[in-house]
Design a protein around this ligand. Structure first.
Ligand code: AMP
Length: 211
């Protein structure tokens, strides 16, 4: 099964994509995590991506499409995958269609902007493996330490309040049109983000037919 997860920054799409990935045993492909890794390693495209990411803007379609294409060609994607954070623009969605990638469902995790602004300040990410947490809704077992790999959890640079506003604006302008794009293809399902992460997960798993 090939799935896309859509959602405004801070809506919890990454967390839900991870739950579905663990349940279905197919990889979660987060272009955000791949780009952060590239920035950390100082690769050529990491250097190009950094400025846009720090400003809450999007990295160029050309770079992101290239990364994605290489990733989904790998062996572990042959039985299906979950795209988390891609596509983020209509040209990226068109590129997927042009590659002949068949998408079964597009899951939108919907959370109103006001709630997002409150939530994002509590978000933490592991600086080692990229796993995501929230101090209130999805805390690590030991404060500041990743449950999965034991590395340190930190606040993402682009989770600072001013940058979040820019990321939300970018989402509404560039990414929200994808709702229409996939609605027309009959693939869009919307899951309303709940107060409790576990409740959203139940709705998400049912939306993809995993329970
Ligand atoms: P995320 O972790 O999904 O919130 O992504 C973090 C940042 O990486 C975004 O704010 C963008 O700057 C960049 N990014 C991730 N995925 C994409 C994409 N598909 N297209 C363009 N930029 C992206």
């Amino acid at each position: 099964m090939n799935l896309i997860f859509l959602g405004a920054p801070g809506a919890g799409k990454g967390t839900q994509a991870e739950v579905v990935s663990d349940t279905l045993g197919i990889p979660q492909i987060s272009t955000g995590n791949m780009l952060r890794e590239a920035v950390k390693n100082g690769t050529e495209y990491g250097l190009k991506a950094k400025e846009a990411m720090d400003a809450g803007a999007l990295v160029s379609d050309e770079i992101v499409i290239g990364i994605l294409k290489d990733r989904i060609a790998q062996d572990d994607c042959q039985k299906g995958f979950i795209l988390d954070g891609f596509p983020r623009t209509v040209p990226q969605a068109e590129a997927l269609d042009a590659m002949g990638v068949k998408i079964d469902k597009v899951v939108e995790i919907f959370v109103p902007d006001d709630t997002i602004k409150k939530r994002v300040s509590g978000r933490r990410v592991c600086q080692g493996c990229g796993a995501s947490y929230h101090v209130e809704y999805k805390p690590t077992k030991v404060e500041g330490v990743c449950d999965k790999c034991g590395d340190k959890t930190v606040v993402r640079k682009d989770d600072q309040p001013e940058v979040v506003l820019d990321r939300l604006a970018t989402y509404h302008e560039k990414t929200a049109p994808l709702r229409d794009y996939y609605e027309k293809q009959g693939k869009l399902v919307t899951v309303e983000g709940q107060e409790e992460v576990a409740d959203t997960s139940k709705l998400t798993l049912s939306a993809v037919g995993a329970v």
